[in-house]
Design a protein around this ligand. Structure first.
Ligand code: PLP
Ligand code: TYF
Length: 396
């Protein structure tokens, strides 16, 4: 049976990560995979995480199974982190299942949507994180795209987006990136979120909000403001969250899938379906990441430490955006890169062509994704000049 299989291409982003590792050029720069890096190019374990892990090592009393929803304290704390003191929480309309990473949350959401409406189409931004498409298709759902990023003007195609979303049939799902859009870095402003919230009510689609970078854009609160606005407007909403980036817990695989239903009774029914989905995929989530997050969020001291570390990551990213803009401008490149400083999170499209991307990799060992997406966190004071010169050379 296995001999019938045809080889499939690997994920291009993860492939780039492997190619970078093999490159022996000491000047190599990894601007590929979306992982935060400090000035030294490392992705260290956060101090708050180390402390919480030490606490866990001392205080964990059992390795017995946790339930289908995982760590309930974690689930409740995540709801508060995502929604604040939200009317939907006060009305007991929210249910959360811990999930193995944001990816696991999305896969659970996909199966949940399938149970709600097997004919639902999931609408995603053009472009979006490539995994979105494969995750929903793997659950047998149809995926369609709506206009989002304006490659030419490095802006949102907001009018086109709204015009397409107006045509979405009731019962379909529309996926939004809460903040730090992957791959474009282009986010909706407050007014645009209000328009989208009104539209969701008018058209009757169900929003699914993917929030994988809360705290990486403006702040924990501001990055969730659009999500909260949407959640205040509609009866039903799905949230897929991830602690990979903001807690630096990438390999621990910790995230959550939250359902907001129109009332507490519907939320209970939805929750039973959600947990049935979980059981049919992996039974129960792993414990470690959730324990770390709930320990941090349950301690004033550790929460403060985490906030400080998160601020440091975000400030570094935002500082790098300005540095990249200024350094490229100083090289006298004809192309305007000022948009990099207006976008959010770790990603932006440089807007250079395939040949230029290949030259950056071959001649300079600078690794960027084929779409020209760069992870700005891979830049540092030590390599910015090398990077700017290389970009200037390939843009000549
Ligand atoms: N959603 C988006 C938009 C992402 O960029 C990512 C990856 O980083 C994820 C979800 C899922 O992340 P993870 O599964 O590592 O938590
Ligand atoms: O877009 C990124 O780089 C991150 C990390 O299969 C990632 O979201 C990339 C590919 C993948 C899983 C995670």
């Amino acid at each position: 049976m296995f001999s019938e299989l045809k080889p499939l291409p690997t994920d291009p982003i993860l492939g780039l990560m492997a190619a970078f590792k093999q490159d022996t050029n000491p000047k190599k720069i990894d601007l590929g995979v979306g992982v935060y890096k400090d000035e030294q190019g490392n992705t260290p374990v956060l101090k708050a995480v180390k402390k919480a892990e030490a606490f866990r090592l001392e205080n964990e009393t059992s390795k017995s199974y946790i339930g289908l929803a995982g760590n309930l304290d974690y689930c409740q704390k995540m709801e508060n982190l995502l929604l604040g003191e939200h009317p939907a929480l006060l009305a007991n309309r929210v249910r959360t299942a811990q999930a193995p990473g944001g990816t696991g949350a999305l896969r659970v959401a996909a199966e949940f949507i399938k149970r709600c409406n097997k004919d639902a189409t999931v609408w995603v931004t053009t472009p979006t994180w490539a995994n979105h498409i494969s995750l929903f298709e793997a659950a047998g759902l149809t995926v369609k795209e709506y206009p989002y990023y304006d490659y030419e003007n490095k802006d949102l195609l907001f009018d086109d987006m709204i015009n397409t979303l107006k045509q979405v049939p009731k019962g379909d799902v529309v996926l939004f990136h809460a903040c730090c859009h992957n791959p474009s870095g282009m986010d909706l402003n407050a007014e645009q979120w209000s328009t989208v919230a009104d539209l969701a009510v008018e058209v009757g689609f169900t929003p699914l909000v993917d929030i994988a970078y809360q705290g990486f854009g403006s702040s924990l609160e501001e990055d969730a403001a659009g999500l909260r606005k949407l959640a205040a407007a509609v009866d039903e909403l799905i949230i897929c969250s991830s602690c990979s980036k903001n807690f630096g817990l990438y390999r621990e695989r910790i995230g959550a899938c939250s359902i907001i239903a129109k009332d507490a009774a519907t939320a209970d029914i939805s929750n039973s379906v959600l947990l049935s989905v979980v059981r049919s995929i992996y039974s129960m989530p792993p414990a470690h990441g959730a324990d770390i997050v709930s320990t941090i969020l349950g301690s004033t001291e550790l929460t403060q430490m985490w906030h400080d570390e998160l601020d440091e990551m975000r400030n570094r990213i935002n500082g790098l955006r300005t540095l990249i803009k200024e350094s490229l401008a100083a090289k006298g490149i004809e192309q305007d890169f000022s948009f990099i400083d207006r976008q959010n999170g770790m990603f932006s499209f440089l807007g250079i062509n395939k040949e230029q991307i290949e030259r950056l990799q071959k001649e300079y060992s600078i690794y960027i994704v084929g779409s020209s997406r760069v992870n700005v966190a891979g830049i540092s004071d030590a390599n910015i000049d090398y990077f700017a010169n290389a970009v200037a050379d390939v843009c000549k």
